[in-house]
Design a protein around this ligand. Structure first.
Ligand SMILES: [Zn+2]
Length: 477
């Protein structure tokens, strides 16, 4: 199945052609764990999850790396101000390390509630295999130092009193991702609070020195002096570590385009001489009261706030499906109510179809499935895919078992928990995680690995796994 995606680099839709045999390699910028995320942040994660699920639906196995920014993200994007981790530590009277682990756990709980298809193990999957990697910046300092050294060896760095900087004037095409006119605007903005030692307003820190008069909680020795890595270098270093020097897709929010991703491209490509990623994809903002939802703007809604008001995290997921990921979306409680009602109706429809369908499995109707996947594989047009779901459910001429089969297929991408109670009731979380991994390995044709997981499920969890025309199934052994 062909998948067409909008590439910010070049600003046009392109068919996905994986750069190398094996899984599609995907990097998504992860959270800075100094505070709770807001639902605006989660809109981006939902978009990335739909991308990943669509790739799998279209039979592309995925190797996915996501970082945890637990050091080096400064309060201003222009490398000024304090490290957000140390700010969080001071605010809460904890160490920066405690803050990082606390908010990382909070993020992973939210990710599970949103049913993000991201299930990293304790170790990265073997090179070239599909699977998920969660990587912390503080655990990849050596990789970051190594990358800065490579850039230094190419003559693109210089030293100031507070760090090692990247000289953006020496990287042709610095503004390629954001557009040259955007870079001009950035330069203007940066001049207002310019660091007088920087050669160009758009230059950014690769390594920052610890202040001479104060001890930081997070600092490391480096060839340039004691300090900590810049935020941008961590993503490049870890993406290359787990996905290679050139990979398929790099994602983030639109606010990453002008600085974070522009800088990732500049530093990576100057070090390797190769494109870092083929596709750069960006999710638009979630607005609140017509402004970008942001911690600083006061309009800050957490996923927990929604849950405390009686919404399921998956109601928010449905709400996100109300707009294409490249369009802004307005948050309102009324819109969330409407999403909640619609998801309830879909769940009810699933339950009713299950009652009527009987035991005989039927294939999903090909033309309905084709309409659903055509929408998704056309740059993730979820609103249209969802419309195809509603339309198919209304088609009374289709047998209940046929509509049910369709809904089960659609659920693989939409992940609205339409059959969730049934799965949760019957398979304990550890076994469910193993079963998910089994399916991933099988999809990637890693039969030795999937067989090992099948044996583990049988031996440790008394679950018998078997294959049907509709895919992998399980039953108590
Ligand atoms: Zn990043």
């Amino acid at each position: 199945m062909d998948v067409t995606l909008f590439n910010t680099l070049g600003r046009k839709k392109e068919p996905l052609r994986p750069l190398a045999p094996g899984p599609v390699r995907l990097y998504t910028c992860g959270p800075t764990v100094y505070n709770y995320l807001h639902v605006g942040n989660y809109r981006t994660y939902v978009f990335e999850d739909v991308l990943k699920r669509t790739l799998k639906f279209a039979c592309f196995p995925v190797r996915h790396a996501m970082n945890i920014t637990d050091v080096g993200h400064l309060t201003s994007q222009a490398d000024e101000g304090e490290d957000k981790m140390e700010v969080g530590a001071a605010r809460e009277g904890k160490t920066a390390w405690e803050i990082a682990r606390f908010y990382e756990t909070a993020f992973l709980e939210d990710a599970a509630a949103l049913d993000l298809d991201f299930h990293p193990g304790s170790a990265a999957p073997p090179e070239g295999s599909p699977g998920d990697v969660l990587c912390r910046a503080t655990e990849h300092i050596a990789e970051q130092i190594d990358l800065v050294r490579r850039i230094e060896a190419k003559g693109l760095t210089y030293r100031t009193s507070d760090g090692i900087y990247f000289d953006t004037a020496k990287f042709p095409g610095y503004g390629r991702l954001a557009g040259e006119s955007h870079v001009e605007g950035l330069k203007e903005g940066a001049r207002v609070q310019a660091n007088p030692e920087k050669k160009n307003a758009t230059d950014f820190a690769l390594w920052k020195f610890s202040p001479a008069d104060a001890r930081r909680q997070m600092e490391w020795d480096s060839p340039w002096g004691r300090g900590f890595p810049g935020w941008h270098i961590e993503c490049s270093a870890m993406a290359m570590r787990y996905l290679g020097e050139s990979f398929d897709i790099h994602c983030g929010g639109v606010d990453h385009i002008p600085i974070h991703h522009a800088n990732e491209i500049a530093q990576s490509e100057s070090a390797t001489g190769k494109p870092l990623a083929h596709f750069w994809m960006h999710g638009e903002f979630l607005l609140m009261n017509k402004a970008k939802m942001a911690k600083s703007a006061g309009g800050f809604v957490r996923l927990k706030d929604l849950q405390e008001r009686g919404y399921d995290a998956l109601d928010f997921r449905y709400f996100c499906y109300g707009a294409h990921y490249r369009r802004q979306l307005d948050f309102s409680w009324e819109a969330l109510d409407a999403a909640k009602t619609s998801r309830r109706r879909l769940k009810d429809a699933a339950a009713a179809l299950k009652l009527k369908a009987g035991a005989a499995a039927q294939p999903a109707p090909a033309e309905a499935l084709a309409a659903f996947s055509a929408a998704l594989t056309d740059d993730l047009n979820v609103p249209e895919a969802l419309a195809a779901v509603w339309e198919t459910l209304r088609r009374e001429e289709l047998a209940p078992a046929v509509r049910l089969a369709f809904l089960r297929e659609a659920e693989r991408v939409l992940a609205l928990g339409l059959f969730k109670e049934e799965a949760a009731k019957s398979l304990p979380p550890k076994a469910l995680a193993l079963f998910d991994r089994y399916k991933a390995e099988r999809a990637a044709k890693n039969y030795a690995a999937s067989d090992a997981l099948r044996r583990e499920l049988l031996d440790k969890h008394k679950i018998h796994v078997f294959e049907t025309k509709e895919g992998s199934r399980w039953e108590p052994a």
